[in-house]
Ligand binder design. Sequence first.
Ligand code: NI
Length: 142
Amino acid sequence: MKQVTVSRKAHFNAAHRLFRKDWSDAKNQEVFDKCNNPFYHGHNYELIVSVTGTIDPETGYVMDMKILKDLIKIHVEDAFDHKNLNEQVPEFASLIPTAEHIAVVIWEKLRPKIHKEHDLSITLYETPRNFVQYSGPNLNQN
Ligand code: NI
């Protein structure tokens, strides 16, 4: 079967602080450096949500991009945009809001909303040069 990937770009900006309460100030500063700023700092996150599957013979679509756009709006933009991730987003109450964790959280929020037979991949740019990708757990391992 022909597998085609369709992608939708989105954007949000948000503040975060990378630190561990169980580490000393010195260790947090050593490991997280500028991202440990106690007054927080912001990023312009660029998001790419990719869905891979076969083309529906009736519509010619893998999935309706309007539906994907709305899912991203509701579950990512409305939830994260202009928020302090540590303080205002429940998923990060006890999870360090690194780009890695944000990508996993986005995947976990969207995965139940995407057709079971479709693969989902999240690419998240924290800066124009730093980005992470998550496509779900490796089912061949634990
Ligand atoms: Ni940062």
